[in-house]
Design a protein around this ligand. Structure first.
Ligand code: SF4
Length: 245
């Protein structure tokens, strides 16, 4: 992780010329990042040994805790199934059995199978070739695969393909809405665009920022927020967090 480069990029972003609300918003987004980085340090995401494992993890992590995904990936590794070819050779029932710890295992097995079939149909099973495409084309291609939504597609773009795409999740929306930076009803694309419009397009920065938001979301910004101990408390400026609508 190029933390020094990330730091200087963010300091530059905080000083870059802009006016009025846009400048204030950018300063706050940079301030949130710096406070999280100072509180938690590097997060070393994504926890995977290969780009293919990132793809598998991004599909399996839908609607479940990461600890469950780790158990499913451990099953796939023990079965020697963590490659496009090996996964393709598994029957659907066997694949579902291996990913059972991640929950919704029949659905997720079908989603993995849909990705693998697409990979063979369009790229002869060559993941590197698929990930080398221009980001816009790759994103459109991923979103056309059944079971891959924007968060999963952007996780693959950022963490497997190394593209400067900001991954948004429920924690991102909750934290920014509670801090009155966005509406609680803001949609995925608008929230992603907000980050990408205000920060340097640096994959290392987007990698770290998303991981830090997940960390603070899990530890502090839960359904009942723990603001008194949270490293982002300063940004509330003495006000209580905004309540959901
Ligand atoms: S817990 Fe409170 S201070 Fe921390 S991110 Fe959530 S709303 Fe902000």
């Amino acid at each position: 992780m190029k933390l020094r480069a990330v730091r200087s990029g963010m300091e530059h972003a905080a000083r870059a010329p802009a006016r009025g609300p846009r400048r204030r918003r950018r300063r706050r987004l940079v301030g949130l990042y710096q406070a999280l980085r100072d509180a938690f340090g590097p997060q070393h995401w994504w926890p995977a040994r290969s780009a293919f494992e990132v793809v598998v993890g991004a599909i399996l992590t839908q609607n479940t805790a990461w600890a469950n995904v780790e158990r499913a990936i451990a099953n796939l590794r023990a079965a020697g199934a963590l490659s496009p070819q090996a996964l393709r050779d598994l029957s659907l029932p066997e694949l579902a059995r291996l990913v059972r710890p991640s929950g919704y295992f029949n659905i997720k097995a079908r989603r993995l199978r849909a990705f693998i079939e697409h990979l063979w149909r369009r790229h002869d099973g060559d993941l590197r070739r698929m990930l080398r495409q221009p980001a816009d084309r790759l994103r459109a291609e991923l979103l056309a695969i059944p079971g891959i939504g924007p968060e999963t597609a952007d996780s693959i773009l950022l963490y497997a393909a190394g593209r400067p795409v900001f991954v948004v999740d429920a924690y991102t929306r909750r934290i920014l809405a509670r801090h009155r930076l966005v509406s609680p009803r803001i949609d995925y694309e608008a929230l992603r665009a907000l980050y990408e419009a205000h920060l340097p397009h640096d994959p290392a920065l987007f990698n770290e920022y998303h991981a830090l938001l997940v960390r603070v979301g899990k530890e502090f910004c839960r359904a009942r927020p723990r603001c008194e101990a949270c490293p982002l408390r300063f940004d509330l400026r003495g006000r209580p967090p905004r309540r959901p609508p």
